[in-house]
Design a protein around this ligand. Structure first.
Ligand SMILES: C[S@@+](CC[C@H](N)C(=O)[O-])C[C@H]1O[C@@H](n2cnc3c(N)ncnc32)[C@H](O)[C@@H]1O
Length: 253
């Protein structure tokens, strides 16, 4: 199949060929009964998971219609696998039906998918992402990599960076290194409606990440400066912790 399929650059089709990566996914996936794979491609990860684990149901979403006949033939021999033609960014109903989500994610949907996971789905996840994105997810306040996506994801998940995956693990080879990351939902995560608001507000606040937090937060949240000064002092936007962003949002509601 791999030989016959012409990879689409636009869809981020860098297909995994390294079996050790699939084994890492299977080790994690075996503890869940129902799973969703985002961007199932030719089924490289799926096949390993079905070989090693006994899930009740594995739904594989794939946007490229050219791969669907092939995926349907896999499901003929393996009825626990349900391929689904569609866009992973608009599947809220499917997300509600599974225990966990995984995938080797095309770079162009990484940001929106992480938001969807953090704000709406909040399911355990194992993802293979561009290495720099994993650095951002795990970044601490005050660092260069720390930003809006670090805040949103860290409020919902414990972020566990995993192994680095070199370009040679894919065909065609991407230009960049990738890295596995496991996202474990926190018990104390904020309610969804607050996360939706935080998603908007942090867009405003992080557009001026190097400015004084008091000034930016008073503009974006409409809070008075004295209240803010007591809490964040002289610090800059990028120096506040995820919990502090949440606290500021709570002050404004
Ligand atoms: C990096 S490849 C990974 C494929 C396969 N999981 C593997 O490891 O070999 C990403 C896959 O996601 C698919 N894809 C891209 N955008 C998508 C979207 N919005 N929804 C669902 N699948 C998408 C691509 O067609 C491609 O098959």
């Amino acid at each position: 199949m791999r030989e016959l399929h012409r990879a689409s650059k636009k869809l981020g089709q860098n297909f995994l060929t390294a079996r050790w990566v699939a084994r890492e996914f299977a080790r994690w996936a075996c503890s869940f009964r129902t799973l969703l794979e985002v961007g199932v491609g030719t089924g490289f990860l799926t096949s390993e998971i079905l070989r090693q684990c006994r899930p009740q149901l594995l739904i594989g979403i794939e946007v490229d219609a050219r791969l669907l006949d092939w995926l349907a033939s896999l499901s003929f021999f393996e009825p626990r696998f349900a391929p689904l033609h569609g866009d992973a960014l608009s599947p809220p109903l499917v997300l509600n039906r599974v225990d966990a989500v995984y995938g080797s994610i095309p770079y162009n949907i990484t940001g929106p998918l992480l938001s969807l996971l953090a704000v709406e789905a909040q399911k355990p996840a194992m993802l293979l992402l561009q290495r720099e994105v994993v650095d951002r997810l795990a970044a601490r306040p005050g660092s260069k990599q720390y930003g809006r996506i670090s805040v949103l994801v860290q409020l919902v998940y414990k972020v566990r960076p995993g192994k680095v995956v070199p370009p040679s693990a894919f065909r065609p080879r991407p230009k960049v290194f990738s890295r596995i990351v496991v996202l474990e939902p926190r018990d104390d995560r904020p309610p969804r409606d607050m996360l939706r608001r935080l998603e908007e507000v942090t867009r405003c606040i992080f557009s001026e990440r190097n400015k004084r937090a008091v000034k930016v937060a008073s503009k974006c949240l409409g809070l008075d400066r004295d209240t803010l000064e007591e809490r964040v002092g002289e610090r800059r936007v990028y120096e506040l912790s995820p919990e502090e962003f949440y606290m500021l949002l709570s002050l404004g509601t």
